[in-house]
Design a protein around this ligand. Structure first.
Ligand code: NAP
Ligand code: GCO
Length: 267
């Protein structure tokens, strides 16, 4: 019996990728568009939005973009209505928007901690809650939460981020548990260390021109011996957004070059 590779296609599907003006979200949206999906994305900054619309157009993608802060439930409801009016009801939600604050926990203000939790953990709840009723009505849906290695591991200065991403892993499992009977699959993607603006400070050249110590550390800890790129996440995202993964649910797919499996190269 041959396998119908059209299972990986997304023709006729509507995908909303949050925070997809650049970085990982942009690459995932590009991949879903390449598989046939119609794309909607949002961000908070008008300049980011304008630049992203040009970048999508340059790749032949007619993306619907909007200014929407994912922590604002009313703004999310309005943006979902706009997407449904212009593209149709949402088949695929990628909860990608996220921030990190690298501050030693004992120096972090509670407000700073709450801001990370709000964007990285509360907002995925808000966005999923906004699209699930439509998915139930349609009889199918895909929700992909962008987790992190910090869904599994901690490190200095990222307490709020690790707490949020650990919670996002469990929210992924709970959406799977609560809505699997409606043919809604909710999975996570756990990127390793990916070269985007978010990690740029960890890769900055030192004053003497040498590589950042953290850059050297990550390369030594990764069997692939390199940082990931947003492009490394494109295929896994298409898989989890497509019918090819209809019996995969509550899973976090780590796309990390093997770093979580490896003790690290001897110095
Ligand atoms: P990034 O380069 O900092 O991009 C983040 C995007 O999210 C931007 O488009 C930003 O646009 C948007 N955003 C931030 N807060 C938002 C909000 N409240 N409402 C709407 N949009 C918002 O980040 P990235 O590296 O691509 O990471 C994307 C996701 O992957 C994040 O969830 C991150 O935690 C996760 N991740 C990253 C890595 C990595 O190594 N890079 C690894 C694992 C997981 P505006 O500022 O214009 O809103
Ligand atoms: C950090 C990095 C990581 C990555 C990613 C790893 O400061 O340790 O920003 O958190 O962003 O989440 O999977």
């Amino acid at each position: 019996m041959s396998y119908d590779m059209n299972a990986f296609r997304l023709d006729g599907k509507v995908a909303w990728v949050t925070g997809a003006a650049y970085g990982i979200g942009f690459a995932i949206a590009e991949a879903l568009a390449s598989a046939g999906a119609k794309i909607a994305f949002n961000c908070r900054n008008q300049k980011h939005l304008d630049a992203a619309l040009a970048d999508y157009a340059a790749k032949g993608i007619e993306a619907k973009g909007g200014i929407c802060d994912v922590t604002d439930e009313a703004a999310v409801a309005r943006f979902v209505q706009e997407i449904e009016a212009e593209l149709g009801s949402i088949d695929i939600l990628v909860n990608n928007a996220g921030i990190i604050k690298r501050i030693p926990m004992h120096e972090m203000k509670a407000e700073e901690y709450r801001q990370v939790i709000d964007i990285d953990l509360v907002a995925p709840f808000i966005c999923a809650k906004a699209v699930i009723p439509g998915m139930i009505q349609k009889g199918h849906g895909k929700i992909i939460n962008i987790c992190s290695m910090m869904s599994e591991l901690g490190r200095e200065t990222v307490s709020a981020y690790a707490a949020a991403k650990g919670g996002l892993k469990m929210l992924t499992r709970n959406i799977c548990s609560e809505y699997g009977e409606h043919n809604i699959q909710c999975n996570g993607i756990g990127p390793g260390y990916i070269a985007t603006p978010q990690t740029a400070p960890l890769r900055e050249r030192q004053p003497d021109g040498s590589r950042h110590p953290f850059d050297q550390f990550i390369v030594a800890k990764t069997p692939a011996a390199r940082w990931g790129t947003p492009e490394d996440l494109m295929g896994p995202a298409v898989f989890l957004a497509s019918d090819a993964s209809n019996f995969v649910n509550g899973h976090v797919l780590y796309v990390d070059g093997g770093i979580l499996a490896y003790i690290g190269k001897q110095p």
